[in-house]
Design a protein around this ligand. Structure first.
Ligand SMILES: C[S@@+](CC[C@H](N)C(=O)[O-])C[C@H]1O[C@@H](n2cnc3c(N)ncnc32)[C@H](O)[C@@H]1O
Length: 478
C-alpha cells in the first residue's frame, strides 16, 4: 500500500487508467448547461476548477492546458497518482495546475470553485467520505457553479453486485503480495468459468454480458472498479437527494443526447412520464427505460435560468466544428434506444456553414436574417448535431492546415508528453491528445501519433496526415 496509511485501505494500489474524461471538460459542461436552459460557466472565462480523485491527472492536466486562464486544483489520495499529475504539470509547463496528495476527509485549504468534478469516485467511497465530499461541495462550489458527479446507476448496475461479490471472493483467495492487475485477471477468469456453466448467469444475461464487458477492459480498471473496499451503485434520486443537502440541484446529463428525454425515449414511455412528479423522477424513469448502469450527472448551485430566447442565442452564439466530413454525415442516428432523423433546412444551413470550418452559427449571414422560430430550429439542430457526435463545441476557430515550409511544435506542449508516453515509451495503439480548437480530446491512432512526433522533430511528414491535426491546433507554428 502507499505510505499514506490506513485511510487508503479502500483504494487498490494500482495506477488508474491514463484516460481523459471528455464529459468533465469545461466546454462540454457549458454545452449541456445551455441545452438545459442554464447559464454555463464560460469556458473562456478565468474560472476555477477542482478535480477530486484525479487519478494519474490526465483530465486535470488537459483542463489546465486548454484553459491557461483558469486555475485548476487536482486531488488524489494515492501518492503515485498525485506524482503522475505533478509530472504532467511539469512536462506541460502548467503553472495553473496545483496537485494535492490528500484524502477527501482531510482536504487542504482550497479556494472556491466554479466547477468541481468527481469522475469514478461517488460509488467507490464509503458513506463517511461521501459526507465529507458533500460538505466540501456545500462549502466550496460558488453560486452559478456546477459539480460533475459520475456513479454506477441503478437499476442498470444491479446485476454487477453479484459479479463483484464473486470477483472479491476469488481475489481474496490469492496472495496479498500479488500484483492487483494479475489478481483482477485471475479472479475474472474464475468468474468467466462460472459464467460458462449457466445457472444464475443463464437466467440473467445482463450479468453474463457484464462479465464479457469486463474481459475487454484493462485489468487496472477491473481492480479499481471491483476490488476496492467500497462499491455501491445508486438510484439517481438518492444521489440527487445527497446533492440537495449540499445545496445543489440536478442541472443536466453530461452526455448531451441524454438531455432530450422526448427524443431518447419511445412515445409510449413519454406518456407515462407525463405523470412523473418532478425532474428527478423523470431521470429515474429514464434509467429504467434505458437500462443504463452508469450516470454522469451535472448538479448546479443556483444556476441562472435562460428563457427560451436566451437559450437559443446561447446555443447559436457558441462556436462548433464538424467532427465528420459532410460526405460522411449520416441523417439517421441512434440516441438511446430511439432512431432520430437529422434532416431539414436548419440542418442544411448548419452543415453548409460549419463545413467551412469552426464557427458560431449566430455569425452565419443566413441565420442573421431568420425570425425567432427559425433561429430556435437552428439551435435545436446544433443541439442534435452535438448529441449525435457529428459536431462538437469549439473554443476557437480552426487553424490553417498547410504544413509545407512551417516549423511545427505541439500546442499545448502537453500533447508531446501525451503522445510520447503512448507511442515512444508505451505500446498503445491509440492515444488521446487535446485540441485547443475543440477544447476536448482527439483520438490519435499510433501511425498518426508517430508521424506527429516526427513532424514536431522537424522531419518531413505527409501533408494529408498532418492536416486534420493542424486544423485542430494539436500542432502549430513552432
Ligand atoms: C476511478 S479513479 C478515477 C480517476 C480519474 N477521475 C479518472 O477518471 O481518470 C478514482 C480516484 O479516486 C481516488 N480516491 C478514492 N478514494 C479517495 C479518497 N478518500 N480521497 C482522495 N482520493 C480518493 C483514487 O485514488 C482514484 O485515483
Amino acid at each position: 500500500m502507499p505510505d499514506s496509511g490506513a485511510m487508503t485501505d479502500a483504494v487498490p494500489d494500482i495506477p488508474y487508467l491514463a484516460q481523459l474524461v471528455r464529459e468533465q471538460m469545461p466546454a462540454r459542461l457549458a454545452h449541456v448547461a445551455r441545452v438545459r436552459g442554464l447559464a454555463p460557466v464560460a469556458p473562456d472565462a478565468a474560472f476555477t476548477y477542482c478535480d477530486l480523485g484525479c487519478g494519474p491527472g490526465f483530465t486535470a492536466a488537459a483542463v489546465a492546458a486548454l484553459h491557461p486562464q483558469a486555475t485548476v486544483h487536482a486531488v488524489d489520495v494515492q501518492p503515485g497518482h498525485a506524482e503522475s499529475a505533478r509530472a504532467l504539470a511539469r512536462a506541460g509547463g502548467l503553472a495553473n495546475l496545483h496537485v494535492h496528495t490528500a484524502d477527501f476527509r482531510d482536504l487542504p485549504a482550497l479556494p472556491a470553485f466554479d466547477v468541481i468534478a468527481l469522475h469514478g469516485v461517488w460509488s467507490w467511497i464509503d458513506a463517511a467520505t461521501r459526507d465529507a465530499v458533500a460538505a466540501f461541495l456545500a462549502d466550496h462550489l460558488r453560486d452559478g457553479g456546477y459539480a460533475y458527479v459520475s456513479y454506477n446507476a441503478l437499476p442498470g448496475a444491479a446485476a454487477s453486485a453479484p459479479v463483484r461479490r464473486l470477483l472479491q471472493r476469488h481475489a481474496a483467495a490469492l496472495p496479498d503480495t500479488m500484483d492487483p492487475a494479475v489478481k483482477a485477471r485471475r479472479a475474472l477468469a474464475a468468474v468467466q468459468d462460472l459464467r460458462d456453466q449457466g445457472g444464475w448467469f443463464a437466467d440473467n444475461p445482463v450479468a453474463a454480458r457484464a462479465v464479457d464487458d469486463l474481459a475487454t477492459r484493462d485489468p487496472a480498471y477491473v481492480a479499481h472498479e471491483f476490488l476496492g473496499g467500497t462499491w455501491e451503485p445508486f438510484y439517481h434520486d438518492t444521489v440527487a437527494a445527497e446533492m440537495a443537502r449540499a445545496g445543489l440541484a440536478f442541472a443536466a446529463d453530461a452526455e448531451p443526447a441524454l438531455n432530450h428525454t422526448d427524443a431518447v425515449l419511445p412515445d409510449a414511455a413519454l406518456d407515462g412520464l407525463k405523470a412523473a412528479p418532478d425532474p428527478g423522477a423523470v431521470e429515474l424513469h429514464k434509467d429504467f427505460l434505458l437500462s443504463r448502469g452508469f450516470r454522469r450527472d451535472v448538479y448546479g448551485r443556483a444556476p441562472a435560468a435562460l428563457d427560451e430566447a436566451a437559450r437559443t442565442e446561447a446555443l447559436l452564439g457558441a462556436p462548433y466544428h464538424l467532427t465528420v466530413d459532410r460526405a460522411a454525415f449520416t441523417e439517421q442516428c441512434h440516441v438511446g434506444r430511439v432512431t432520430l432523423t437529422l434532416r431539414g433546412p436548419a440542418f442544411d444551413l448548419l452543415l453548409d456553414g460549419l463545413e467551412q470550418g469552426t464557427a458560431r452559427p449566430a455569425d452565419f449571414p443566413r441565420v442573421q436574417g431568420l425570425d425567432a422560430e427559425a433561429r430556435r430550429a437552428v439551435a435545436t439542430a446544433v443541439d442534435f448535431l452535438v448529441a449525435r457526435g457529428q459536431a462538437e463545441l469549439a473554443l476557437e476557430p480552426a487553424r490553417p492546415t498547410r504544413a509545407a515550409g512551417r516549423a511545427l511544435a505541439f500546442r499545448p506542449a502537453l500533447n508531446r508528453t501525451l503522445l510520447d508516453a503512448a507511442f515512444r515509451r508505451g505500446g498503445a495503439e491509440q492515444a488521446a491528445a487535446i485540441s485547443p480548437v475543440t477544447g476536448d480530446a482527439v483520438t490519435v491512432p499510433r501511425a498518426h501519433g508517430e508521424a506527429l512526433l516526427r513532424a514536431a522533430d522537424g522531419e518531413a511528414v505527409e501533408a494529408d496526415t498532418l492536416a486534420p491535426y493542424l486544423r485542430l491546433g494539436v500542432l502549430d507554428d513552432a
